[in-house]
Write a protein of this length. Sequence first.
Length: 183
Amino acid sequence: MSTIIFHASEYGAGKQYATWVKENVPNATLLDSRLDAVVDFSAFDNIVMIGSFYWDGLHGAKFMKKHWQEIKDKHVIMATVGIANPESSDYTRIKKFAFPDEMIEKMEFYHLRGALDYSKISWSHRQFLKLMPIFYKKKQKRLLKEGKGLDKDAQEFLENYGGKISYVARENVEPIIQSVLEV
């Protein structure tokens, strides 16, 4: 069994997750997909892509589509990394936006929680995130009228807005490691 792990990490959480997977999978190879290295995919049984998800798309999806004909008969794993809680988020639209149905049906998907450090994010990501407090405050106002409050994730986002928050944890990649080792 041979494994190649790619990451398409914007701010580092995806790279960290990819590194942890590599550390736990014997003889795995780790590459940054943005380097567009020439890869002989026939040498690998497992293809793992760990890509960050932002408002502008899923990083790594373009790479996966470009190489789909070479990897479609392999064990292919796509892991998204984002600040949203995978336990309370629906990733169906993200997958459909990023990949054709043929790819979705053949790939195994995981969703990992990332980190957010406002001092390091790009101007365009910062502009998008400026909308979130407005959205959550409107939602909070509506929920208060109904006698409810914001969920824990929304509260944490508002409390940490403009600062740092991280949900990156080694145990988050355990299901990916297990899946690769079972092939």
